[in-house]
Design a binder for this molecule. Structure first.
Ligand code: PMV
Length: 327
């Protein structure tokens, strides 16, 4: 095989990951649950490179130095872990705003892990690929799968039991929709890597959130299994509040929300008062992700598009497994 093309999708966490117990191995302080969504697609092309260095083209025109460094570190880790001494040419493109809390690193590192395994004919299991992706970006271990996914926090020091697994395939719940209300496409000021480090070290409400959030894991699995939309939505928002509180009590304070983020949240809360069921969550950025059912999608999108400051409304659903095409 000479080259491989991989397509992955970003995932949005319903029960969040925010904080590591081991920085080097990317081991989380808690388990998390996500849904891999359509529209936030990463396409990565990998070939062997006969030169003695990697050649990385990220989003073709705007490779930032920081991202290139992260990818290079990941390739070094891969080479060391699997005793491989070749270099690679990598072209990777995200079809969505990068670094604005739209989880671009999740699909990016998942695509790299899947592609490197296939190109080097390692025949790793999905679990092993998930563990590899985790070491590029924690959330990437979940984008190795489509549908609804759980990342087990694990307890072992070597990280061998900290990996993701699919809970339900994408077609388990075709009526579920995720709407992205994009309010800014700017790179975030504090990376999630640094932000979560500061939260673990300083937040006074973090421990309480960890305990409560861990209890939500079995509840969320049950709610997803039963397609209990109200419960999935309420658990998602409860977990978001806990993460937000942990961020706000971090020193220095972490607040990724903009005024428009709060405006979107208020619209969602008002829609609920008017019996249109929708629930929100955000990540390390100002964009809002909204859960709803297909029957209410049009009405909700119309409301979102009318909010001043909302620059894009993207309608998504759960999507299937990554695709790898050998060339
Ligand atoms: O793995 P990272 O660095 O992309 O961290 C992602 C953290 C959140 O998006 C805020 C939450 C999550 O579980 O995806």
């Amino acid at each position: 095989m000479n080259s491989i093309l991989v397509q992955t999708h970003a995932n949005i966490a319903l029960i969040k990951y925010w904080g590591k117990r081991n920085e080097k191995l990317f081991l989380p302080t808690k388990s998390s649950i996500s849904v891999t969504i359509s529209h936030l697609k990463t396409t990565t092309h990998i070939t062997f490179n006969s030169e003695n260095k990697d050649h990385i083209l990220y989003n073709w025109h705007n490779s930032t130095k920081k991202t290139i460094e992260k990818i290079t570190q990941f390739l070094d880790l891969f080479r060391k872990k699997y005793s491989i001494d070749t270099h690679f040419t990598i072209t990777t493109n995200n079809e969505f705003p990068t670094g604005a809390g739209l989880a671009s690193s999740s699909s990016g590192f998942a695509a790299l892990a899947i592609g490197l395994d296939a190109l080097c004919a390692l025949n790793l299991t999905k679990k092993e690929i998930s563990i590899l992706a985790r070491q590029g970006s924690g959330s990437a271990c979940r984008s190795v799968y489509g549908g609804f996914v759980q990342w087990h926090k694990g307890n072992r020091g070597d990280g061998s039991d900290s990996y993701a697994e699919q809970l339900f395939p994408a077609n388990h719940w075709p009526e579920l929709r995720v709407i992205l209300a994009v309010v800014s496409a700017q790179e975030k000021l504090v990376s999630s890597r640094i932000g979560m480090q500061q939260t673990v070290a300083t937040s006074t409400s973090y421990k309480q959130w960890l305990a409560e959030s861990e209890q939500r894991i079995p509840q969320m699995i049950q709610a997803l299994e039963n397609k209990n939309f109200s419960l999935v939505g309420n658990l998602t928002e409860a977990d978001w509040y806990g993460m937000r509180q942990s961020m706000l009590t971090t020193i220095p304070q972490l607040d990724y929300c903009l005024t428009t983020t709060h405006d979107v949240i208020h619209v969602i809360q008002n829609l609920r008062k008017n019996n249109i069921e929708a629930y929100f969550t955000t990540d390390a950025g100002p964009n809002v992700k909204i859960l709803c059912l297909d029957k209410d999608l049009r009405k909700i999108c119309t409301h979102l598009k009318n909010i001043p400051g909302v620059i894009q409304v993207i309608e998504c659903a759960a999507t299937g497994d990554p695709v790898a095409i050998t060339q």
